[in-house]
Write a protein that binds this ligand. Structure first.
Ligand code: MN
Length: 257
């Protein structure tokens, strides 16, 4: 009897705490910005919930990173949502060279932006979750990524740092359709570095969504960086990166000290 009372009191206490925290949440001592990406042809912005990235999703890139593309299931990592750095089309945007690295790499990628969520989404339904697409860069402190990998430690510091995800505006599927093929190219200082086709992805965007949704509940606001083709490489302050994906406006980023 006493026990029951104690439990009841505890539950009541929890419920009260729940109420209290709801009240407190509406009156924070400071505000935290919601990261957003502008939506092309609209005054609206896309609120970013999570950023997922797939690793080694083009065979030639998997080989250059030292793995066998034929045997590996897809793997994913995340960047914090406030890693997005918006790059407006036609605007040369300064991008600060990050701390701690001496080997700072570009990875140009198609980004899928979700407006619906789900768990265990079948491949055939996966593209229904996609609101639109953008051009993005999965910027990487390659030396730190490799160093941590060699020590069997998390990649975090190599991949998930501030402004590590420059991104152009999101173009709605209604405007641009889905991307299963098309040129994906990156120039540095006018010289072509990455030059591939989206149809060379090992796992399509639909397959990535299906796979991700087995590990995580996907939600509106999630971004998926769909992997980079081969010929990743370094940039240094002063370098101009120009990324393009057929059907989307280009991304121009100037690395600054
Ligand atoms: Mn990447």
């Amino acid at each position: 009897m006493h026990r029951r009372h104690a439990l009841g009191a505890a539950i009541t206490g929890l419920a009260a705490a729940g109420c209290a925290s709801t009240t407190v949440a509406s009156a924070s001592p400071f505000s935290v910005a919601q990261p957003v990406v502008p939506i092309a042809g609209s005054s609206e912005v896309f609120p970013v919930r999570r950023i997922y990235c797939i690793g080694r999703n083009y065979a030639a890139h998997a080989r250059e990173m030292g793995s066998d593309p034929t045997r590996e299931p897809p793997f994913f990592f995340q960047k914090p949502s406030d890693a997005v750095q918006f790059v407006a089309p036609g605007v040369l945007t300064p991008h600060p060279y990050p701390t701690l690295t001496r080997n700072y790499h570009y990875e140009l990628e198609l980004v899928a932006a979700l407006h619906k969520g789900g768990r265990n989404v079948p491949v055939e339904k996966a593209l229904e979750l996609v609101y639109g697409y953008a051009v993005g860069l999965d910027m990487t402190r390659r030396d730190l990524q490799r160093g941590m990998g060699d020590q069997k430690k998390p990649w975090e510091i190599g991949k998930s740092f501030d402004r590590s995800a420059p991104i152009g505006p999101i173009h709605r599927v209604a405007q641009v359709g889905h991307f299963t093929q098309g040129a994906i190219t990156l120039k540095v200082n006018g010289v072509t570095k990455q030059d591939a086709n989206l149809n060379q992805m090992i796992w399509s965007v639909a397959e990535q969504i299906a796979q991700l949704s087995q590990a995580f509940e996907l939600m509106p606001g999630d971004l998926i960086f769909s992997g980079t083709p081969e010929n990743v490489g370094p940039v240094i302050p002063g370098d101009l990166m120009e990324g393009s994906i057929a059907g989307l406006p280009g991304l121009s980023v100037k690395v600054v000290a």
